[in-house]
Design a protein around this ligand. Sequence first.
Ligand code: C2E
Ligand code: MG
Ligand code: MG
Ligand code: MG
Length: 289
Amino acid sequence: RAKATGKSRCVVYSARDNGPPAHDISLEAAMFSAVREGEFLLYYQPIVSARTRKIEGFETLMRWKHPTLGMVPPARFIPIAETNGLINLLGAWALKAACVQLRQFEQAARRELYISVNISPRQFRSDKFLDVLDEALAISGMPGRQLVLEITEGTLMVDPAHAETILERMAGREARIAIDDFGTGYSSLAYLKRFPISVLKVDRAFIKDLPGSSKDAAICNAVLDLARHLDLSVVAEGVETEDQLGCLAERGCHYVQGYLTGKPMPPHVAIAALNDDMYEALMPSESRL
Ligand code: C2E
Ligand code: MG
Ligand code: MG
Ligand code: MG
């Protein structure tokens, strides 16, 4: 099907304003040529210490730079890739490229950082997943402990027994597991007991109305408390304002990620941000902030 319709960029473009199915079919066709043409890119968003704002790691976020449509958001193309299986190819590339990229970031920063990579449900369940993981660590020479794999509650709960097997087999690699969009799934908390989870990424849904919303503040408090008792780290997603950051830091949230402290950026911009961090660290502390 890709070959039949994928040639014409016109189809993609004109289907833009039609209903979603037509759009998705032409988008799907365009994805295959996009892989060949190298239109997929990786952006990196800083994950910073809530207290010091120093960059501790980056989340890898995929981008599709289409020649005429411009940037196609992952919310549009990841679900399609998940359906047609292209996610295995794209996901494997992202994991390997991100690990290699981290080494370059560390050279710029002259300190240890970590890299967080989103793993789709289908990719996580794939037979090849552990091989890809091993290859990513081997080609980058990066220790597994510097890698965080972001999965959702849904990924674990579709087939918990299988997830358990994969995570058991992963044990020797020391890569950590983060629950992405924490709090937005439909599962119980039982999986926190069953699976070896290290990080909770609190969804932006609970952050965006801070500090005004007392309900969200209560939810954040409860998550931070839970994390403390289970020895998990917490990353607050989608932090956009100083007030949100202040509120989270005050409550003992260790890491934040959001537009306030850095949007997703191409590698060369991330390196510049790391350099800024380094110069700031050299300045006397009174002149910071
Ligand atoms: P996610 O993993 O929860 O990623 C966080 C999303 O929040 C990113 O959207 C990021 O750009 C956005 N974001 C970060 N800070 C802020 C903020 O302060 N305000 C707002 N409004 N948004 C913020 P993005 O890059 O569009 O990615 C959307 C989703 O697509 C991701 O959600 C993830 O589920 C998926 N995705 C992205 N890259 C990959 C990938 O390489 N593999 C897989 N399987 N999924 C990916
Ligand atoms: Mg994520
Ligand atoms: Mg997330
Ligand atoms: Mg999210």
